[in-house]
Ligand binder design. Structure first.
Ligand code: CP
Length: 353
């Protein structure tokens, strides 16, 4: 089997698998939000993801989770999340099940609580994408196996933003002391999630948006609490030039998803001054990178010239979904024994410690 990994450049960050921290303390936990994990635990997961990616380049099949099953519930569509979790479980020697309300009893005549209880008797972990954060909270409440947040559309996307942190680590060699700008739809789950993750890890955030698309006071309070602990800072502004001028990384976010046409037109009207285009990019620092979780709406939140530029690292970001999520699955599901295969042993020892 050949590798399909396509790094844009040699990584600026390497991990010695023998030096990984222990992960046994994460076994059985949920990844409802990354905010329930310590900074050290999150940094450990990033290192595990980098080590797994390096191992994948040498040998794609690493059957740490042979015979294990991941149930994946999707209330909303997905390309990256579905494919990266499925491919990740395959490479780990396990299996994944794609489940949609309407095709299983969920959303029909079986409650979420009963679905969670039953699935927990049958599989080793659950990944779910839900419209509402409260739906995922209920799943977490009743499931007895680890539950992973694959996006709550109204609040949080921690597997994406931890993957973003991994991609930043690869390109900048650190996730601390950097400045990230989010330009445009900062009220989106990706704006909330990115600000929470990056300030927890020690990087500052500048959020540039019109007032109606800025983060809520509740989210702002949580981000400022992270800043007080990590030494990062949070700046809210309506000026996109001010934001990108100080940024190491410029993020933007899709302006809409499933909104009706009239709402799209209104979003286009208020967000147009926040489009990331060549004129705005001219204000960035040398070496700045462009990131977007994708899917991108070309010609709206950014132009083709930005999305396809050499400084755009969106495809590394998409590829890293699989590597970060493999780290997460291994830490949360865990392993029982040291594999006989010597190639798998350094990472296995960290999982067992
Ligand atoms: N970024 C992201 O979560 O992509 P999908 O919606 O395709 O899963």
């Amino acid at each position: 089997m050949t590798t399909t990994s396509h790094p844009a450049a040699a990584p600026a960050y390497d991990v010695d698998p023998a030096a990984l921290p222990g992960f046994a303390g994460l076994r059985g936990r949920n990844f409802f939000t990354d905010q329930e994990f310590t900074r050290e635990e999150l940094l450990g997961l990033l290192d595990l993801a980098v080590a797994l990616k390096a191992l994948y380049r040498r040998r794609p099949l690493t059957p740490y989770l042979e015979g294990r099953t991941l149930a994946m519930i999707f209330e909303h569509p997905s390309t990256r999340t579905r494919i990266s979790f499925e491919a990740g479980m395959t490479e780990l020697g396990g299996h994944s099940q794609f489940l949609r309300p309407g095709e299983i009893h969920l959303g029909g005549h079986e409650s979420l609580a009963d679905t969670a209880r039953v699935i927990s008797r049958l599989v080793d972990a659950i990944m779910a994408r839900t419209a509402y954060h409260t739906t995922l909270a209920e799943l977490v409440q009743y499931a007895t196996v680890p539950v992973i947040n694959g996006l709550t559309d109204d609040y949080d996307h921690p597997v994406q933003t931890m993957t973003d942190a991994m991609t930043i680590l690869e390109h900048f060699g650190t996730v601390e002391g950097l400045t990230c700008a989010v330009v445009g739809k900062c009220a989106d789950a990706m704006g909330t999630s990115g600000a929470l993750t990056m300030t927890k890890l020690g990087s500052s955030m500048v959020m540039a948006a019109p007032p109606e698309e800025q983060m809520t006071p509740e989210v702002e309070a949580l981000v400022r609490a992270n800043c007080a602990e990590s030494g990062a800072s949070l700046t809210l502004t309506d000026d996109p030039v001010e934001a990108v001028a100080q940024a190491d990384i410029v993020f933007t976010i899709g302006w809409w998803w499933m909104q009706p046409e009239d709402e799209k037109n209104e979003l286009r009207r208020i967000l147009r001054p926040y489009q990331v285009n060549e004129e705005l990019w001219a204000h960035t620092k040398p070496g700045a990178k462009f990131m977007h979780c994708l899917p991108a709406i070309r010609g709206e939140e950014m132009t083709d010239a930005i999305l396809d530029a050499p400084f755009s690292i969106v495809l590394d970001e998409a590829e890293n979904r699989k590597h970060f999520q493999k780290a997460l699955l291994l830490a949360l599901i865990g392993i029982d024994d040291l594999p006989a295969d010597p190639d798998l042993q350094p990472i296995a020892r960290a999982l067992l410690r």
